[in-house]
Design a protein around this ligand. Structure first.
Ligand code: GUN
Ligand code: ZN
Length: 392
């Protein structure tokens, strides 16, 4: 990723999330960007301090940090608009579409479209599920690299209860995941990270989950999965693991829960499960638009937040119907009655906390990467990655 060498001063209405309950607003604000980093954000005009800087007047427009989508499925782009009940939806739409990623040409076409659309929606960092296919996941990484985004990507792992075209043995799943980890984790100066991705307890044996948990733990890698999204799914997992006290305990016994773990949905949890997730410092991806579209229920946001869990937003396409984090912010406000400031935090700094990169992205603290968006009305007009404008 190249960075711009020119120092620029952007004047706009700047929204800077600093805590869930604290949104700094600069009206106008002056954002000074140099060498791809935030140099300064001030209320005062700094032009006399930097006389040779280029001045970019965005009067009437809003600057926000680039969005961080902490739960999204790349191979589901083409089925956006579908919905229904989770387990039926997976079998009817999702698995057949993901099977098409056995074809590298199709995988390359959708990957390109995915990252183009992600950037056009102002998302500069994302935690992404690919399909079970090693080559398709490799292609997703190459495409993210070319696009210049920060991406945490994993090959989905499934060794049971899935269509034959998508099912793999635990050995093959582990071997392919390790090859991808070795090739991509930490690439592009750490902008690309590998994520071990056991899809959910419904489609993974305990053996596979344990091995994934061990490998991720030994390597300091991220893990992502789905937890307690749908009442029928919870009941099914209870039958699959009758000796486990809860769905969360299934993952815990595989050593998957940690501060480097992102569990999506977390809707139908018992108080014991919430305490367990908090004790393990597991991150929660809140996907309100998906939760509505798949009739999953409402995540108990305040209970999880008050238990001390770190929460961030995820679009979860195609469970969710849009890659737009602006729409997701709106949906979060409606679903659980939070302010715009809190929802913006979940879409930016909260996501950076989830991914362990809050010292690098998520708001406009000096020294962070200059990944930001220019919003006019309700549309994303400009996107900057490392201080360089990306055209879309
Ligand atoms: N649970 C297991 N797989 C999926 C998926 O692809 N999407 C959602 N929303 N939930 C899942
Ligand atoms: Zn999902």
């Amino acid at each position: 990723m190249t960075t711009s060498k020119v120092r620029r001063i952007f004047r706009a209405y700047v929204k800077n999330p600093v805590a869930p309950d604290r949104l700094e607003v600069h009206d106008p604000g002056y954002l000074v960007v140099a060498e791809g980093k935030i140099e300064k954000l001030s209320h005062e005009d700094p032009r006399s301090q930097f006389p040779s800087a280029e001045f970019v007047d965005l009067d009437g427009k809003v600057i926000m940090p680039g969005f961080i989508d902490t739960h999204v499925h790349l191979p589901q782009l083409a089925i956006v608009g579908t919905g229904g009940d989770l387990l039926t939806w997976l079998n009817t739409y999702t698995y057949p579409e993901e099977a098409r990623f056995a074809d590298p040409e199709y995988a390359a076409r959708i990957s390109k479209q995915f990252f183009d659309e992600m950037i056009a929606n102002g998302t500069t960092t994302a935690a992404i599920y690919c399909s079970v296919h090693e080559e398709a996941t490799d292609i997703a990484f190459s495409t993210a690299q070319a696009a210049g985004v920060r991406a945490y990507i994993g090959k989905v792992m499934m060794d049971r209860n899935s269509p034959p075209a998508l099912q793999e043995s635990a050995d093959d799943s582990i071997a392919a995941s390790l090859r991808l980890f070795e090739k991509w984790d930490g690439a592009e100066g750490g902008r690309l990270r590998y994520v071990f991705t056991p899809r959910f307890a419904g489609s993974c044996s305990m053996d596979l989950m344990k091995r994934a948990g061990q490998l991720a733990g030994e390597r300091g890698a991220f893990v992502q999965s789905h937890l307690s999204e749908n009442a029928g799914e919870v009941e099914w997992v209870r039958r699959l693991f009758p000796d486990s006290p809860s769905y969360s305990a299934v993952y815990d016994s595989a050593h998957l829960l940690s501060e480097r773990c992102i569990m999506a949905h977390c809707i139908h949890l018992s108080p014991d499960e919430i305490s367990l997730l908090a004790a393990r410092r597991t991150n929660v991806a809140f996907c309100p638009y998906s939760n509505r579209n798949l009739h999953s229920g409402t995540m108990p946001y305040r209970t999880l937040r008050d238990a001390g869990l770190n929460i961030s937003l995820g679009t979860d396409i195609a469970g969710g119907p849009s890659l737009s984090m602006l729409l997701q912010i709106n949906e979060a406000m409606n679903a659980v009655g939070i302010t715009f400031g809190e929802a913006l935090y979940l879409a930016t700094l909260g996501g950076a906390m989830t991914l362990g990169i809050s010292d690098t992205v998520g708001n406009f603290m000096p020294g962070k990467d200059a990944d930001f968006v220019v919003v006019h009305g309700e549309s994303i007009e400009e996107v900057y990655l490392h201080g360089r404008r990306v055209y879309f």
